[in-house]
Design a protein around this ligand. Structure first.
Ligand SMILES: Cc1ncc(COP(=O)(O)O)c(C=O)c1O
Length: 424
């Protein structure tokens, strides 16, 4: 049984008395779940690692869900951790790994959060769940709500890629498209949640925020209890970084992990408040007006309290932040496809773009063990990849036509000489 010790405010220490309280009653910040892990001993890590459960629920004791019977699972977690030898050689990184979250049930990292968040909604007895999203969380909340038999209302900016809107609609969500960016729509969404009493699946929900701790647990397991030097995460609101850090803290507190990774906040330069705070040595994350970017899923200029926690986590880890231009992001997306076989949406490839920048600056050393979380599938924003016009020309079904055509579409240097990719 997942043992919740408290719902506490990390800002001021205030503690909730009911388990459906999400915001601090004193300072208004997002509460954090404190798990009681005191029953776990060294032998439990062996039991967990020997389990045949291929989902993040292998780490059930670490998540704030009281009963296994409440778990809503689509098989999330334990995505491949792939050592990208060919891509790593190309980039001068001997130990480059991709944590391939494009393969999560709805194609993005949001399933880590919503598996936990929606399971808890079931326990708390809600019948309607809601989210405001750049698209991935909408599709994910819709799918988990469908599996749980709950109603879902998902709000997205009107400019959201249709693939994500269709994905949410297909699961039966009530999709509400609203004019404006995610930051602009925020106050309206919060008003609607208050008015209708919906279960909120945003990062203002402490239960759902625990889900991305699973990165720490899976990496710890998949690396045979070793901890990589760097974990680079495409960052929007900061939930992933804050949760990963909390996960490693829990493993460390139990004496299971012996060191911490250095965390990197990888953001689009069009919306990089966390990277800017790190770069400028600021104590707080200052909101920015988000500009246009191909990395639409991480276009968040005004993160919640989780942004502040992410800043603290990255600092505590001796990590850093990187703000990437669209051409760097698209180049990383292309390299991932052509040299590692991983098709990511632009936002999901921002981690690799940051790795390339940091390696170029010598911040990451050639021998460092580097994990890039690749967080969203390419099919979610497929139009971000152009198809060369010669590939669209229709070929007559004869070998001469085919030969002629292949001469015009010979592979580029990067996609030639295939070499095998492998597991760690
Ligand atoms: C594809 C993708 N990557 C990364 C993120 C980062 O989210 P966070 O900073 O909340 O972990 C998001 C969500 O907004 C996303 O959709």
């Amino acid at each position: 049984m997942g043992r919740i010790a408290a719902l506490r405010c990390p800002q001021c220490g205030w503690e909730a008395v009911t388990d459906d309280t999400f915001a601090c009653g004193s300072c208004g910040s997002v509460l954090e779940v404190q798990m009681d892990l005191t029953h776990l001993t060294r032998s439990d890590v062996r039991v967990i690692r020997a389990s045949t459960d291929q989902t993040l629920w292998r780490w059930f004791d670490f998540f704030p869900v009281k009963s296994r019977g409440s778990v809503v699972s689509l098989g999330e977690g334990y995505t491949p951790l792939t050592r990208c030898r060919r891509l790593g050689r190309h980039l001068g990184m001997e130990r480059l790994y991709v944590k391939n979250d494009t393969l999560l049930p709805t194609g993005s990292l949001k399933d880590r959060s919503n598996a936990v968040g929606i399971s808890r909604a079931v326990e708390l007895g809600f019948d309607t769940v809601a989210v405001l999203s750049t698209g991935n969380a909408a599709a994910s909340v819709a799918a988990y709500a469908a599996a749980a038999g709950l109603r879902s209302v998902v709000m997205v900016p009107a400019a959201t890629d249709m693939a994500k809107v269709i994905q949410a609609c297909a699961s039966g969500a009530e999709v509400v498209m609203v004019d404006g960016s995610l930051d602009e729509i925020g106050p309206f969404y919060r008003e609607a949640v208050r008015e209708f009493g919906w279960y909120d699946c945003l990062s203002t929900n402490p239960y759902r925020n625990e889900g991305k701790k699973s990165y720490a647990f899976e990496l710890f397991d998949q690396f045979d209890e070793h901890v990589p030097h760097w974990i680079i995460h495409p960052t929007a609101g900061g939930a992933g970084l804050a949760a990963m850090w909390k996960g490693y803290q829990e493993l460390h507190g139990l004496g299971w992990a012996h060191r911490f990774p250095r965390l990197v906040a990888a953001q689009s330069e069009a919306a990089a408040p966390i990277a800017a705070a790190l770069e400028n040595g600021n104590a707080t994350v200052e909101p920015v007006a988000a500009g246009a970017t191909v990395a639409e899923s991480i276009r968040v200029g005004n993160p919640s309290a989780l942004g502040q926690r992410a800043l603290r986590a990255v600092r505590a880890s001796n990590g850093t932040g990187v703000a990437l231009a669209d051409d760097e992001i698209l180049e990383a997306q292309s390299l991932l496809s052509r040299m590692a076989g991983v098709f990511a949406e632009p936002s999901g490839a921002v981690s690799l773009a940051a790795a390339i920048r940091l390696r170029g600056q010598g911040v990451i050393a050639a021998a460092d063990m580097v994990v890039c979380n690749v967080t969203g599938h390419g099919l979610k924003q497929a139009a971000s990849v152009g198809v060369p016009p010669e590939h669209l020309q229709i070929v007559e079904p004869d070998l001469d036509s085919l030969r002629k055509r292949l001469e015009t579409t010979a592979p580029t240097e990067a996609s030639a000489n295939p070499e095998s990719e492998g597991q760690p």
